[in-house]
Write a protein that binds this ligand. Sequence first.
Ligand code: PEP
Ligand code: CO
Length: 452
Amino acid sequence: MSTSSGTWHPASWRDRVAAQQPSWPDELALKYVEQRLSQLPPLVFAGEARSLTQSLGKVAAGKAFLLQAGDCAESFAESDADHLRDKLKVILQMAVALTYASGVPVIKLGRIAGQFAKPRSSDTETIDGVSLPSFRGHMVNDETFNAEARTPDPERLVQSYHHAASTLNLLRAFTMGGFADLRQVHAWNLEFVASSSAGQRYEQVAAEIDRALSFMAACGIDLDAEPSFHQVNFYTSHEALILPYEEALTRQDSLTGDFYDCSAHQLWIGDRTRQVDGAHVEFLSGVKNPLGIKVGPSADIDEVLTILGKLDPSLTPGRISIITRYGAEKIRAMLPDLIDAIDASGHPVVWVCDPCHGNTITSSSGHKTRRFSDVMAEIAGFFEVHRAKGTWPGGVHIELTGDDVTECLGGVEEILESDLHQRYTTTCDPRLNARQSLDLAFEISQLLRANA
Ligand code: PEP
Ligand code: CO
């Protein structure tokens, strides 16, 4: 395969500078891990990645909406069935709220089954005069602040693979085996959500869906025979950060001869690793999966266009999602020029709003947090700018959890600064809890309806 670098192959990124890589203490141990990973079965299949590209192509054409959501950093300690089920419930609930209000199909894409690695603003963290390597996600090290826990351990790459495999296995069982059946729509309302105003609003929608399903059954439609009533296509994604892991899971598809990174259906490139001549852009240029590019306030528009040229030379609808994360204050000023430039370039991108990463603040209690109102304000700005430009606000990219955490401020059942310490369990960025997430979905569905 030919790229701007000459000939692409899964290891061609190694000739480039790779930002945000840990300093592995033992190169030989890393090599051994890479070799083992490369012999393990793929986690996803090329055909699935192709069907996601097709679905995203519909989003690019304004005919569907993307809901991409999950943890900032998945935790090995939270890959159990209960955490996964609750996260899936929230995402399914949000998708129902969005679909019901807008009448537009919702593509469901988790930040899940591989979102184990984090870019950090500093290589080290200092507490009480002691400096240690920063926590980079469970794919690399542990958040506990001691030298042993913080030393990057390549065995964690293999552990990540196995956690991703068991997560995917359960997700496939849940989404194909009856749990995601529309007739179960009431069962997705988590107990602590059901009592909230968003939960009650959801119950009304669920009751209307029940009535519609009974009506269809009474008319003689065999609901069991129609897969879309009882199965859900649920896709996975993560930031393609730790390149030895991504390379080891890259396989050549026997049907097409193309290379796919089989660690997830979609991979994205972070705001800190999108250097035009860097290793991450080089690596992703050669795999056929659908890709995301995070674009924050520091991005230069010409550079974004150059990256697009490298990652999407054939202008394939659905290949690229541009995930803007400007922050509520900047989006109205910065997004219009980006839309103009990309529109003029002819790349048929999916426009996605990440209303989380540009709105992170530190509370007076010292917690990293986000205000629900800022998150919502950025989404409102995103819809407003796209409406003015005549482009389709294709989706949202949200950090959330199914747990009853107190990590983000506000929401209808308001979380105050003084509440943050109560259930603050994230290993990285603050996540919306299930109530706030459902609330958000209802607010977005209003915007979608107004946009239709
Ligand atoms: C993230 O999505 O968790 C992240 C680190 O985002 P960004 O690259 O946009 O800062
Ligand atoms: Co984050």
